[in-house]
Ligand binder design. Structure first.
Ligand SMILES: [Zn+2]
Length: 196
């Protein structure tokens, strides 16, 4: 399978904001195709490892990948609300806040039937994933409340679904999307009757 990540360069701003990179990890490509970089546990593990959020052998399982994809949809919902100037969905807000508060800070209290109470860190995979979810959620919160939020926009070249930070009037995520949008406009001009 081709990795669109290597084909499409990161959208403007995605190098600065992990949350943008995260939101753009399910990519709509022309022809109705959809490529999900978090589509399988192995792919999700690779994606996290590539961003320093998990070791290569973290052992991400389907449940973890599902949690990541779910948080991504909520983050995309918040980005969409910010771009449209609409109120956020309460469910998206609480999902991001839930992820934010997941970063484990202390060993938890457990109670063993035989030996009584003891403290232990949660299982390593959970801890890694919780830290990753917290980092991604924190970055989304930074992006939405920071000075760059006004430059946030959705790529203007259908069917592309990547978010980016606008520079000047440019509102495409990549040269390829810009070329496609220009070609579509030129085609529309040729095929539509001239307006009086
Ligand atoms: Zn695009």
């Amino acid at each position: 399978m081709s990795e669109p990540e290597t084909v499409l360069p990161p959208a403007p701003g995605a190098d600065d904001y992990l949350a943008l990179d995260f939101a753009n990890s399910a990519i709509a490509v022309p022809g109705g195709q959809f490529v999900d970089l978090l589509g399988t546990p192995a792919a999700a593990n690779r994606w996290l490892t590539g961003r320093g959020l998990a070791p290569a052998d973290a052992g991400v399982r389907e449940m973890c990948a599902t949690q990541l994809r779910s948080l991504r949809e909520h983050v995309r919902g918040l980005l969409a609300a910010r771009v449209a100037g609409l109120p956020a969905l309460p469910s998206a807000l609480s999902a991001v806040n839930d992820a934010l508060s997941r970063a484990p800070t202390a060993a938890l209290l457990y109670w063993d039937e035989k030996n009584g109470p003891y403290r232990a860190a949660p299982c390593p995979t959970n801890e890694i994933l919780d830290r990753a979810l917290a980092a991604l959620a924190a970055n989304a919160a930074d992006l939405l409340t920071g000075p760059d939020a006004d430059r946030l926009t959705l790529c203007g070249s259908a069917p592309c679904n990547r978010y980016l930070l606008r520079h000047g009037r440019r509102h495409w995520c990549s040269t390829r999307c810009g070329d496609r949008a220009r070609a579509a406009r030129a085609y529309a001009r040729r095929t539509q009757p001239a307006r009086p």
